[in-house]
Design a protein around this ligand. Structure first.
Ligand SMILES: [Zn+2]
Ligand SMILES: [Zn+2]
Length: 351
């Protein structure tokens, strides 16, 4: 038998590591070397076992203290004390809490809970609709249970037969050394049942693709690229199994005048140079209606005026963003005779 590595070394943690870092270190190794991810790789399997054993001891304060004092002899005189007999299932029973979300089957191979696939749809709305919020229909295709057989795949009136090869579990367990390795049953392809007389509507599939239209509430202030989630609107995997979700990516059309960044909107406004020089009142457009602003005398081109709370609504928050107006001072191109005369007089004054 190979000489045992120190448990702290196995998990790559210092001797005074706290329980959180022990857990984190084990998670990392378990993800990397898990047999589900490394099929037919005995080296990975060994590393997984080794890490699981180390975690089993170091995560238990009492066993950890014993291990710190007496080493390997203290905690397992005869191999794996904690989970020697049951193999895989036992490991999951011990560590289901941390392995649970790593693998789709809820940590425990027996507790299979297949969800339907998540779907994706796009929704195009106008800038104004994004401003005010809106309700829109989204049409998409998804997998539904066949109405004829209610998802069993068997001709109405008949029933699928339980698969004799896997006793209806859909999985075949095979002892491989320390582990009970589970694979999909090749006879029923994991369904656990065999259909002798197929449903004519779905040809035994139990499901079919249908078009569905969903009314979606789009919140005010939504930005281009925002994802909305419709829970349980995705595909169905089979009778009694939960549906996936539908993710809706919102596409907001650009505004002809306003640019947008988050809840703030930006506007360029041309002003005559006389207004810039003398100052005065100016009317600018906002998403909330036209508004009058004061242009101070001597305003330079490129000056930015901030109009508080005149931008887009903040999603899931109170209030609005701002509008930032950049004043572009225009030098006149074509002049009337009178304007040219006046400008010539201005020049004489030194302007
Ligand atoms: Zn059917
Ligand atoms: Zn089977």
């Amino acid at each position: 038998m190979m000489s045992k590595r120190c448990y702290y070394e196995v998990l790559g943690i210092p001797k005074d590591a706290n329980s959180e870092s022990i857990k984190r270190a084990y998670r990392k190794l378990a993800m990397r070397f898990h047999p589900d991810r490394n099929p037919d790789d005995p080296a990975a399997e060994d590393r997984f076992k080794e890490a699981s054993e180390a975690y089993g001891v170091l995560s238990d304060p009492e066993r950890r203290t014993t291990y710190d004092r007496f080493g390997h002899d203290g905690v397992n005189g005869h191999g794996f004390n904690g989970f020697s007999a049951g193999g895989f299932d036992d490991i999951f029973a011990h560590f289901g809490d941390i392995l649970g979300d790593l693998f789709g089957h809820g940590g425990h191979p027996g507790a299979s809970c297949r969800r339907g696939a998540n779907l994706h749809a796009e929704l195009e709305i106008s800038f104004e609709e994004a401003f005010g919020g809106t309700k829109k229909d989204v049409t998409f295709e998804r997998v539904d249970l066949c109405g004829g057989c209610e998802g069993t795949g068997a001709r109405p009136g008949s029933k699928p037969q339980r698969c004799g090869s896997c006793q209806g579990s859909g999985r075949i367990a095979r002892q491989q050394g320390f582990f009970l390795v589970q694979t999909t049953c090749p006879v029923c392809q994991g369904a656990g049942a065999i259909i002798k007389d197929r449903c004519p509507d779905c040809k035994g599939e139990g499901t079919h693709r249908v078009q569905r239209t969903l009314s979606i509430k789009v919140p005010a202030g939504v930005d281009d690229g925002t994802r909305l989630r419709a829970s349980g609107e995705g595909d169905v995997a089979g009778p009694g199994l939960p549906r996936g979700d539908l993710a809706i990516c919102v596409r907001v059309a650009p505004h002809p005048v306003f640019q947008r960044e988050g809840a703030d909107v930006f506007l360029h406004k041309e002003i005559p140079f006389s207004l810039a020089a003398l100052g005065g009142e100016l009317t600018v457009d906002t998403l909330h209606g036209a508004q009058s602003i004061d242009v101070p005398p001597g305003t330079r081109s490129g000056t930015v005026v901030r109009l508080r709370n005149r931008g887009m609504p903040r999603v899931n928050e109170l209030g609005y963003g701002d509008e930032l107006v950049t004043l572009d001072v225009v030098v006149p191109g074509e002049l009337t005779g009178e304007q040219a005369t006046l400008l010539a007089r201005l020049r004489e004054t030194g302007l």
